[in-house]
Every structure is written in structure tokens, then in C-alpha cells.
Design a protein around this ligand. Sequence first.
Ligand code: HGY
Ligand code: MN
Ligand code: MN
Length: 420
Amino acid sequence: MTGTDLFTTDTSGLAIDIGRLQQRLADLAAIGAIEGTEGSARLALTDEDKEGRDLVVGMMTDLDMTVTVDAIGNVIATMAGQIDGPPVMCGSHIDTVRTGGRYDGNLGVLAGLEVVEVLRSAGITPYRPIAVGIFTDEEGARFAPDMLGSLVYVGGMALEEALDITAIDGARLGDELDRIGYNGPMPVPGPAPHAFVELHIEQGPVLEVEGITIGAVDGVQGISWQEVTVSGQSNHAGTTPMNLRKDPGYVAAACASFIRELAIDLGHPQVSTCGRMQFAPNLVNVVPASATFTVDLRNTDEAALQEAEQRFAEFLASTAAAEGCTYEVEELARFEPVVFDPKVVDLVADTAAALGHSVRRMPSGAGHDAQMFARVCPTAMVFTNSKDGLSHNPLEYTAPDDLEAGANVMLHVLLALAAD
Ligand code: HGY
Ligand code: MN
Ligand code: MN
């Protein structure tokens, strides 16, 4: 059989089963469920992540897919094609932040399995194999950087370096991978797919505000993560005059305020976030000895992102010096902006339109595994909207019609990419 058989088998009428997809989403959300919400907490390589992985691997084997696990814990399930060549790959992540929603990452993985089930039920074998990936530690919230598993898969970080990463709770990544039993035999870097498409919720307000159903994502903005530890002198909160203090807590708070003003000064799309801050000894009546905080800066323009980094570095240096404090900076993640393959972006946009959906091209504000695959193969993303633009929040929500639209667009984009 050749790829032309696919064309003789009219696939235009194929559609996903939204009830089945929602059931899989619900089954996965039950693992690490956040009480009273639809969200879940499954930080990378925790017991909850293992349980989620085991559940989805079970779904993959139930679909008669060949499942492999690589040395960084990426799970790749493959539906055989008429040829043995490189697969068309989709997928995303199932690890979450601590306040995770039901759809972030999970949608891209489970919609990929839904695509396979639709083809199985229709008795269709795609010309090329179709693979669905679960990529390790996409969130980077426990082990930085984010998109770690896909970064290692495409050769962007050596395995040994990744295995030695220390979590915010002190655990070593390689030990946790062993502990949950996902230190797999497949070597990294992995083989480049024929193409890569990721379905993901937008996690922002644009599609909803503009009343558009599908985003044809044409790139991902640059990401800069730093962890700063400022050291001063712990002292008595009551007896130490203000002019005699070396207060790292003040420096940290001033920096958190500065990066917000910096983003506003640079203007959209610059964003900045201080998401994590920890004082030591963290007591009401002690001027802190040290303060550790994170800085997340993002922009679609690399030069602007570098300007933001430079201006923050200058502010930190002058503020710490004026306060008599010292500091250390650790880079946690640094990825330049990524542009997706125009032909694949066009295919997403054309497929959405052909299915009768409104569609617009747009960059992604969030990082995604697709931005790593863009290094090795033609890649793009499909966005569905996020209610109130909310994500990294258990209230994250996307209506069934929008989930269905996104999954159907991905179904037909995958079929088109797998046909030759
Ligand atoms: O940080 C991000 O953009 C993604 O959620 N890992
Ligand atoms: Mn995600
Ligand atoms: Mn996320």
C-alpha cells in the first residue's frame, strides 16, 4: 500500500469523539486532583506524575501503540504506518504546576490518543507512523528549566547535565526518574520526527476576547528565568536603626517591584514575573539574612528581552550595593524566540478554515515542547481558547466545542502531514 491509499480512503468526514476525549481528561485530572476544582497538582517526577504517566501509558497500550521510554523519561507511543519512516509526532506534557488546570499539556497528549482511536475505529493506517509523546518536566516548576524532556530529546542539553539538576525541594532529577521507574532504555537525543504538531490551550485572553476558535501558532516568545540569592545581615527587627541595616529582603522586594515597572516601561509583549520568593530565617522579628527569588522575563523580540535582562542586572547591582548586600544569580532557563515552519502554520490555518472555524495566527506567550522540536523538524501548534485567559490555575477551562474544534484540526493536520 502506498500513501495514495490514504487519499482513496476519504478521511474528510473523520471527527474525534469529544465525550471520549473529555472522559480521558477527567480520568487524568483525578490524579493529584485539587479538592473542589477541576484542576490537578502533578509536579514533575512526583508520585502523582508517575501515577499519571502509568494511566496514560495504559491508554496507549490499549490502543495497540508501541510504547517506548527514553533516558530522560519521555514516553513515545507509536501507531504503525504503511511505511517505517520517521513518524509525524504530536503530544505535550502531563506534569503540572502546583495550581495546575485540567487542560494545560494534558489536552495535547490525550487528543493525540483520540486521533489514534479515530483512525483505528475507521480501519485507517496512515502512510507514515503517527506518534504521541509525553515529554518530561515541561513545566520546569520543580526542576528548571522548563521543556526539559523535549530539550534533551532534541539534543539541546546533555543527558548527564539534566540528570544532575536539583529540584526546588533538593531532590536530584536522575534519582527521581529512577524512583518512579521512568529511566527508560531509549537513548537521547531521539530521532527527529517527520513533523511535529502540538495542540494546547492558549493560556491567555486573545482568542476569547477576539471571539476566534483556533490559533494557528507561528512562534513562541523568548524566555529568561533567573534565581537570585541576596545575602545581607540578619539582625533584630526592633533594635536595628534603618541606616544600619543590610536587608536582603528589601533588595528582593525592590527587584520584584522593579521588574513590573520595567515590563510596563518596555510595553507589550514584554512580561515579567517574580513567582517565587523565600526569606531566611523567615521570621517576623528578624531582618533576613538572605532572600532568594526568581525572575521570569519574556518577549517575542530577542533584543528587547536582552534589554530587559540588562536593565534588571543594573538595578540589582546598584540596589544591593546601596544596601550593603551581596548577591548571586543562577540562570534557570534561557530560550530565544522561536518561529514555526510557515508551511505547517499555513496547514493549521487552512485546515481550521476548511473545518469552518475562525482562525488567527499568533505567537505563544507560554513555552511549549513544540519550541524544542522546531529545532529538528517542521513544527507548529494549534491553540484553543482559555476561559478568562486563565491558566496555571485550577479554574482553567475550555468549553467542549472548543476542545473538539482543536482536536479535529489536529486530526486532519496530522493526517495531511502523514500522507506523504
Ligand atoms: O513556563 C511556561 O511557559 C510553561 O508553562 N512551562
Ligand atoms: Mn503547557
Ligand atoms: Mn504550563
